[in-house]
Design a protein around this ligand. Structure first.
Ligand SMILES: [Zn+2]
Length: 456
């Protein structure tokens, strides 16, 4: 990603004369790149608010990183009220709000040697690799991403540094909301497992808790470290046979303690829950959302609707399953079937069925991919699964990654729409995604907070 390609990727809205300088600034300095130069986007087709109809020939006026107004037709900078504004020609593009992925692990990189990497790679290493992952994610059209914890003991400063560096304009990436570490039970999914005892002792996590008082303490510790939200881990993992798989590993009083403490600090709680009982218990404890939820029943659907919690299905995980089963991915110690776990194809089909049941039952759904299991920057592949396997319309699938996800992460007044007053997070694709949702896998324009990071 150097040379001409890099220049193109950071091509700035101020026009060709400023491209080289902007590329240097965006690539190596950064803060100066987030300037206040206004711009006017001429959108051939604009989907300003997913869920409402798209419109042809619209102008979007942007200043100080925010949407200022939307006008009919292609207006000039003078008419827009900003004579010095740059015009961005997207007259043959489909323009929509920047996408939001509610579930990634941005400082983790897909690897066949995940188990070894966790003890070999320093947190500094993860920050550098994470910066590359964040850039790939942004350039794929995802302008806001939640990082749902790293599972490396207490060693997770890298993701906070990355969040803060992106915010300060030091490195390109999506707006990051981070959890740091998952709060859960010793010996379960959130813990550091599978090593000789001295190594496990070394990485013992303060976020693993037994009893409600310890769980309160774990949440407070994460808030102190800088968590924007709390990831609770009440169950194992769908295919982790030797740890009891999907079973519920936290007690109800522990889950309630996590939720109540997080809410006292104004943090939302999302629960990694793959097994049915864990999903229900987390919802009863007041979790704001469920990650994965790969097995659901009528009672679970009713609990979702009663509590208003979101489901984040992360169906893209199943692509990793099938890639692995077909031998396209080399053996990995992570997220693959072991021991007495069910066959991966059956896990995938049940997962699609559960998500379809939730969708048809009216559960609120937010987009999430669990990227890190699959490569960063391929997040948009989730859309086709939502349409083909769950039965959503393309518009509904887009809503999961815009208006729904913005509400889910608590930023409904900031992102998810192209509306006056909101952050100027705008992307474009060449084909109409309402006709073919896979058009979103080929993003050609990316603006975050008014700064252009990609324009082809
Ligand atoms: Zn995950």
């Amino acid at each position: 990603m150097f040379g001409a390609a890099r220049l193109l990727l950071f091509c700035h809205r101020r026009g060709r004369a400023a491209v080289a300088l902007a590329a240097l600034v965006a690539g190596f300095g950064g803060a100066a790149d987030a300037d206040d130069t206004p711009s006017v986007i001429h959108a051939g087709t604009l989907l300003a608010v997913p869920g409402e109809p798209s419109e042809a020939r619209k102008s979007v006026v942007i200043a100080s990183g925010r949407i200022v107004k939307i006008a009919d037709g292609f207006i000039s900078p003078a008419v827009a009220g900003y004579p010095d504004a740059a015009v961005i020609d997207l007259t043959d593009r489909f323009v929509l709000p920047g996408l939001i992925d509610s579930h990634t692990h941005v400082t983790s990189t897909p690897s066949a040697s995940f188990q070894l990497d966790r003890v070999v790679h320093s947190d500094a290493h993860r920050a550098i690799w994470g910066a590359a992952n964040a850039r790939d994610t942004l350039l794929a059209g995802f302008t806001t991403v939640r990082d749902t914890a790293g599972y490396r003991g207490n060693s997770f400063d890298s993701v906070f540094a990355l969040r803060d560096g992106i915010k300060a304009g030091k490195v390109p990436g999506p707006r990051l909301l981070v959890a740091g570490q998952g709060v859960g039970s010793l010996a379960s999914q959130g813990d550091f497992l599978g090593y000789r005892s001295e190594v496990m002792d070394l990485f013992e996590s303060r976020a693993m808790c037994s009893g409600p008082y310890a769980c309160r303490d774990a949440v407070r510790y994460l808030v102190k470290r800088g968590a924007d939200f709390i990831k609770m881990v009440p169950t194992g993992w769908a295919t982790g046979g030797e740890r009891g798989g999907d079973q519920e590993h936290m007690f109800a009083d522990e889950m309630r303690a996590v939720v109540e403490t997080a809410h006292k600090f104004g943090r939302k709680v999302t629960a990694h829950a793959t097994g049915l009982e864990g999903v229900k218990s987390a919802l009863r404890a007041g979790a704001d959302s469920i990650e994965h939820g790969r097995v659901l029943d009528e009672e679970a659907i009713a609990l979702f609707k009663e509590t208003g919690a979101y489901l984040v299905p992360t169906l893209l995980v199943t692509v990793r399953f099938t890639d692995h089963a077909s031998g396209r991915v080399p053996g990995s110690a992570r997220n693959v079937s072991r021991g007495s776990a069910p066959p991966l194809s059956a896990v995938a089909e049940a997962w699609f069925d559960a998500t379809r049941m939730a969708y048809e039952g009216g559960v609120k759904i937010a987009f999430g991919t669990d990227s890190a299991i699959t490569p960063h920057g391929q997040n948009a592949r989730e859309f086709a699964l939502l349409v083909d396997k769950v039965g959503m319309s393309p518009m509904e699938a887009i809503m999961t990654a815009t208006v729904n996800a913005a509400d889910h992460v608590g930023l409904a007044g900031e992102i998810g729409k192209i509306e006056p007053g909101l952050a100027a997070d705008v992307i474009a694709v060449a084909q109409n995604p309402l006709d073919d949702i896979t058009a979103l896998e080929s993003v050609v324009f990316v603006m975050r907070s008014g700064v252009v990071y990609r324009n082809e």
